[in-house]
Every structure is written in C-alpha cells, then in structure tokens.
Design a protein around this ligand. Structure first.
Ligand code: HEM
Length: 453
C-alpha cells in the first residue's frame, strides 16, 4: 500500500453516526455502552446466552463508541428477513471499517451496495463448483505434507497445526505462489499480518502513532507484504500459462476478459487477496481443530468418520465439518447497519440501528437442533436442519464467499488425518471456546494425540 493509501484508511469512521434513541427498541441491559461492548466482544459465550435468557428471542445491546444499538435476533424467520434485506439499505461494510488499514479500501468485506456487487461478481467465478474442484488436489497435497510430520503418541495443539496448514493453503491455492524462495519470504510477512492486534487497528485513527512501536512495525510489515504481492501480481499478469493455472489469483486475473466488465486493477487484487487471507485462514483452522477435538473425544464418532474415509464418503466428512461449525460457531453473529428504517419480525427499527442474527443462539436452539450440545454429524445427512437454522457462513448477498472452499478444505484435511491416524484427547483434557480478535477458537488449542491406524 502506498503512504497515501495508509493515510486514507481510517478505521474509526464507523463510529461517527448519530445516537439512535432507545424508544421502541427491543429490551436490553441498561449498563454503560463500554461495558456492554466488552461483554459482547470478549465474553460473548457467557453474555449473549445470558441476555437471551433474560430478555427473550430479540434483544438490544448498546455498542461503543456512541451507544449505537445492535438488535440481536435468534429465530430463523427473523434471520431470513435480515438476509433478504435490500443490500442498498442493509449495509455490512461499515461495521468492518476497523479492518480497513490491513485489508485495504477495495476489500469485499468493506464495501456496500453497487461497489460490493461489482467486486462480488468479479470474485465469484473463483469460488464456484468447477473452480473448487480445481483446488482440491493442491489442498490434499498440502494436508498430506502437514500430517505426515505428526509425531504419534505426543499430544499437540491441533489449532496450531491447523493454522499452519490453512495458511499454507492460502499461499499456494489462493495466492498461487509455488516458488520456494518467495514462499519463504511471504510466510513471516503473512503471519505478522494475520496476527495484528485489535489495539493496533484501533490506533489507526491517530496517524502520528505510525511512527512508534507496534504501529511502525505494522506499517513496515504491510510494505514488505505489498512489495511481494505486487511483484507476484505483475509476474502472473505476464505469465504465458495464466489460463492453465488453477489458483484463485490466476482466475481473478482472467475475469472480465471477455465480458463487458472492467477487470480488477492491481490495488483491488492486492486488497481482495489480503481479505481472503484474513477471512479464510483462522476461521477454517478453528472449525477443523474443533472437528478433530470432537472426534478425539468420542471413539464411536471417530470410527464412523474413519469408515466414511475408507469408503470415500465425502458427504459424511462434510457433515463432520458442518456439525463442528454448528456446535462451535467460529463467528458469533453477522451484522447489518440500517441505512433507512426497516421492520424485522414486526418490530420497527430506526435508521442507524444495527441488526443481526446471533449464530451462537440459533445453533443452540433445541427445537432446531435436538440435543444441541451433542456432536452429531448425522444431523446433516438427508434433508438436514431447516433453512436459516444453520448459519455459520451468514447469508444473503453477503454470505461467506469462501463457504464452499472451507468445506472442501475441511473434507480434504479430515481425509488425510483419518486415513492415517486414530485421534484421541490427552487424558483428562477438555476445551472450551475463547475469543481471539473476531473469531472464537479453542481456548487450550484443542490438544489431540494421534496413533497410526
Ligand atoms: C469455517 C470457515 C469460515 C467461516 C465460519 C466463515 C464465516 C463467514 C461469515 C459469518 C461471513 C459474514 C457473512 C455475512 O455477513 O452474512 C463471512 C464473510 C466472508 N468470508 Fe468467510 N468464513 C469462513 C471461511 C472463509 C474462507 C476460506 C474464505 C476465503 C478463502 C472466506 C472469505 C470471506 C469473505 C471474502 C467474506 C466477505 C463476503 C462479503 O462481504 O460479500 N471465508 N465469512
């Protein structure tokens, strides 16, 4: 990113809206907004269920900096209304503004309305069924190389190994980098990018900070990353075999060639690649780590999944991944900001209010998912759960563009693990979720121990 672009990216623009009055909003706690924000962000696994028990299926939380209301919904019928909301007036990009300094202004996650539609149209072909099939063999190769090195009998944090694996998948399958030297240069840059702390992002509103400590280091790292990425983009544009290549970047370089569409410029490509990296890496790793943890603690489930692996039954492995994302949602909720007043579930809501389904609560409702705290992949065989009751990837025009990619990756990785190993938990080990930046991850790293089958 150029210096000018760094200066332009201010994450704090989301907070400048006027205060929205409380009258007519669903009930919610009366604590100061700061307290509610901390509770929602840091202690979501306790706070959101407690609010649901206290206030019922629709409740309002007040968010910093100006006490903006966030109305959370928990019933599929309401979720359906939110996902069907007109994208001209149900915005998602503003709420993600804090990610601007890292992802860049063109990021799919930051855009709304017409700009979002265009970016989505250009990115979609790289995530359709045919494209996904093209990525499978490289994902399997990366997974094989990872699990081959696991040491039988020694417990390890599966989350760390899954993070390393999903990062490698992004570098090879999304960025399409194969040159070992460039990979070696990219890995630490990308690692520092994905680990950038929320404090650094929040400080971006004060440009003078960029001369100091972690902000200075982040700017330097971004420059290093951009240098390598722009070099890769330039080389790829000139490559004679672009049309034969099956990575996401190569596909993005060819979109718009024959349509009446302005192709993606270098800056846009850079921003979308960093977005895919940040959105697709730790999310998939957390889902996979929980899947291994759940299989590790239930021998019958493990045997069933191993049988499916031996039979080439990918549908069952996909059900394992889906159940992992149901029981342990990686993203707790999705949010839309109302640009004009709207009615949801019969409730009139003013412009400026934020609305969204709580994924955490929806996934734990017993009438939608019987025995909700049990890990039962079978729920996803046959017709599966009713519409809008399983929403780990959000929905509507903003539904996660990488949903199919992450399920494909999940299946490929589970297959490589299960065909080689029995998975168990170290004696007496249990885990529960904790918040890491935006995602929920296993607090103790979902430790497992493997033995050759
Ligand atoms: C288990 C893994 C994943 C989970 C749980 C997940 C979850 C989500 C959720 C909840 C959203 C917001 C949807 C909404 O607002 O309705 C989202 C958006 C997005 N995700 Fe994912 N994601 C995962 C994997 C991935 C992967 C692998 C990629 C890319 C390679 C990716 C790229 C994106 C992008 C670019 C968006 C923004 C879409 C838009 O605004 O149009 N995600 N994801």
């Amino acid at each position: 990113m150029t210096d000018e672009r760094f200066a332009r990216m201010r994450p704090s623009s989301a907070g400048r809206a006027r205060r929205v009055p409380s009258a007519g909003l669903p009930p919610g706690p009366r604590w100061p907004a700061l307290l509610q924000t901390v509770a929602l962000v840091r202690f979501r696994h306790q706070f959101v269920p407690a609010m649901h028990r206290r206030y019922g299926d629709v409740f309002t939380v007040r968010m910093m900096p100006q006490g903006q209301p966030l109305v959370l919904f928990t019933q599929p019928a309401h979720t359906k209304e939110i996902f069907a909301g007109d994208p001209e007036y149900f915005h998602a990009g503003k709420g993600n503004a804090v990610l601007g300094p890292i992802m860049g202004e063109h990021s799919l996650l930051l855009q709304d309305a017409a700009e979002h539609r265009r970016a989505r149209r250009l990115l979609m072909p790289a995530f359709n069924g045919a494209a996904l099939r093209g990525y499978r063999s490289v994902v399997a190769e990366v997974a094989r190389a990872e699990v081959e090195h696991w040491v039988p009998g020694t417990p390890f944090r599966s989350l760390d190994r899954m993070n390393a694996l999903t990062l490698e998948v992004i570098l090879r399958v999304v960025f399409g980098v194969t040159d070992e030297q460039r990979l070696a240069r990219l890995r630490p840059l990308v690692n520092r990018t994905v680990n950038v702390s929320p404090a650094v992002l929040l400080g971006w509103g004060y440009p003078f900070l960029q001369r100091f400590g972690p902000w200075k280091a982040t700017v330097a790292n971004q420059r290093g990353l951009d240098e390598v990425m722009y070099a890769e983009i330039a080389e790829r544009r000139a490559a004679g075999d672009l049309h034969e290549r099956t990575d996401v970047l190569s596909r993005l370089l060819t979109v718009g060639e024959d349509a009446d569409e302005q192709p993606l410029a270098d800056e846009e490509l850079r921003d979308q690649l960093v977005t895919l990296l940040l959105a697709g890496h730790e999310t998939t790793a957390s889902g996979l780590a929980w899947a291994l943890y759940e299989l590790g603690r239930d021998r019958a489930q493990l045997r069933r999944a191993q049988q499916a692996t031996d039979d080439g039954d990918d549908d069952y492995l996909e059900a394992v991944m889906k159940e992992s994302l149901r029981l342990h949602p990686v993203i707790p909720m999705v949010v839309r900001q109302l640009v004009r007043p709207a009615t949801i579930g019969g409730i009139d809501l003013p412009a400026g209010a934020n609305v969204g389904p709580s994924i955490l609560i929806t996934h734990a409702r017993p009438e939608l998912h019987p025995e909700p705290s049990a890990f039962r992949p079978d729920r996803f065989l046959g017709p599966g759960p009713e519409p809008f009751s399983w929403i780990p990837f959000g929905g509507g025009v903003r539904r996660c563009i990488g949903a199919g990619f992450s399920l494909m990756e999940g299946v490929a990785v589970l297959r490589e693990v299960l065909r080689r190993y029995d998975v168990a938990l170290p004696a007496g080990f249990t885990d529960r979720p904790k918040v890491r930046n935006i995602t929920s991850v296993p607090r103790r790293g979902a430790r497992i121990v493997v033995h050759p089958r």
